[in-house]
Design a protein. Structure first.
Lengths: 113, 232
C-alpha cells in the first residue's frame, strides 16, 4: 500500500519518492494544498474503486472533534481507521500545524478496503 | 501529472439560438448539448450542422454528465417580476434550480476535469447582472450568483489548469432580446458602438474563449455590449 501511495503522491505533488514516508506530513512537509487533497481523493476513488469520505481520510475536522469530545475513545469512534495511540499523538501536536501524515491515508485505505 | 485534451465540449442549454450558432462554429470538437424540451431539441437538431450528443437535463434532478474538458453554460430560465411581488414558491424554486442545482452540476463536471488537468468553463451572463431593469431582480441576482460560482472555480482549480470566465452580453439581436429591441427606437443610441450584439459575434468570441490563446483570462467577467454599460 505504501508503494501505491508513494507513486500517486510523487506524481500528484511533484516530489521525490523517497521524500514520501509513512511519517511524512502531507501539508507541512509535502506542501499539499486543499485542491491537491481533493485531487488525491478523486484518484483514490478511481484507483481503489471506493468512495472516500474526504472529512475522515484527510482528518479535516479532527481538531474540532478533539476539542468537543472528552476522551480519545470517543474521537476514535469517529476516526475508526486511527488507533487510540495515533489520536493521542495527534492531540499532542495540534499546535504544530496540520497533522495529516501519509500513514493516516494508508490506515484509512486499509480500514475501508 | 500530464494534461489530457479531449476536445469535448458540454453545452448547457443547448437548444437556444446562441447555443445552436455556437455549436455551428465548433466543428473541430465533439459536442454534448443539454435540452429539456423535445420539440426544441428536434428543431435544434435540424439546424446544427454536425452530429451532436443530446442529454436531457432540466436542472431539477441530478443528471450524469459526460467527461468533457470544456463547458459553455447558456442555461437560464426567465422569471420576471418585482422582487416585492414575486410568488415565494416560484422564486425559491427558480433560485434552487438556477443556482443550487447548477453548483452541484459544476461540482460533478469539475471533479471529472481534475484528473485531466484540463478544463475551461464559460458562463453566459448578462449586462442585467450589472444593471438590471425593473422586474429583472431575481434574474439579475441569479446571474451574479452564478458568475461568482464560476469565479471561485477559476480561483480554486486554476492550479489544476481548470479556468473560467463569464461573458456578460448586452442587447442581443436574437430571441427575447430581439423582441425587446424591436420597439425601442432610441435604445441603440445609448450603445456607443451603435450596434446590437449579433449571434455570430458571440459564437466567434466563444471560439476564442475556448482556445488556448485565452487561457490567462481566468476567474473574471468580460462584458460584450458595445460599450452600453460603460456610459451614463
Amino acid at each position: 500500500m505504501l508503494n501505491k501511495i508513494q507513486e500517486i503522491l510523487e506524481d500528484l505533488l511533484d516530489v521525490e519518492l523517497n521524500e514520501i514516508q509513512p511519517e511524512t506530513y502531507l501539508i507541512r512537509d509535502l506542501e499539499a494544498e486543499s485542491i491537491d487533497l481533493l485531487e488525491l481523493a478523486i484518484i483514490l476513488n478511481s484507483n481503489f474503486s471506493i468512495k472516500v469520505n474526504e472529512d475522515l481520510i484527510f482528518l479535516k475536522r479532527i481538531r474540532e472533534h478533539i476539542s468537543a469530545l472528552d476522551s480519545t475513545s470517543e474521537v476514535q469512534k469517529i476516526y475508526q481507521h486511527l488507533s487510540c495511540e495515533r489520536i493521542e499523538e495527534i492531540k499532542s501536536e495540534l499546535n504544530n500545524g496540520p497533522t495529516l501524515k501519509v500513514k493516516d491515508i494508508i490506515s484509512y485505505l486499509e480500514w475501508i478496503g | 501529472m500530464s494534461q489530457v485534451k479531449l476536445n469535448k465540449v458540454l453545452i448547457l442549454g443547448g437548444t437556444c439560438e446562441l447555443a445552436i450558432e455556437t455549436a455551428n462554429h465548433l466543428s473541430e470538437y465533439e459536442l454534448f448539448l443539454t435540452y429539456r424540451d423535445e420539440t426544441k431539441r428536434k428543431a435544434a437538431e435540424s439546424i446544427i450542422l454536425q452530429k451532436v450528443n443530446w442529454i436531457y437535463c432540466d436542472f431539477s434532478d441530478k443528471v450524469e454528465l459526460p467527461i468533457v474538458d470544456s463547458v459553455i453554460d447558456f442555461a437560464h430560465s426567465e422569471l420576471d417580476g418585482l422582487l416585492a411581488s414575486l410568488d415565494d414558491e416560484k422564486a425559491s424554486s427558480y433560485w434552487l434550480s438556477m443556482v443550487a442545482t447548477r453548483q452541484q452540476m459544476l461540482k460533478q463536471i469539475t471533479r471529472k476535469m481534475i484528473p485531466l488537468r484540463s478544463g475551461r468553463l464559460i458562463f453566459i451572463s448578462s449586462t442585467a447582472a450589472a444593471l438590471p431593469n425593473s422586474g429583472q431582480g431575481i434574474y439579475a441576482a441569479s446571474k451574479r450568483a452564478i458568475e461568482s460560482l464560476y469565479q471561485s472555480i477559476g480561483i480554486e482549480l486554476g492550479k489544476k489548469n481548470i479556468t473560467t470566465v463569464s461573458l456578460r452580453l448586452g442587447y442581443l439581436n436574437s430571441g427575447r432580446g430581439e423582441q425587446f429591441i424591436k420597439n425601442q427606437d432610441n435604445l441603440i443610441k445609448r450603445i456607443p458602438a451603435r450596434k446590437w450584439v449579433e449571434l455570430s459575434d458571440v459564437a466567434k468570441t466563444l471560439v476564442f474563449l475556448l482556445s488556448p490563446a485565452s487561457a490567462m483570462i481566468n476567474a473574471t467577467t468580460i462584458t460584450m455590449d458595445g460599450g452600453l454599460t460603460a456610459t451614463k
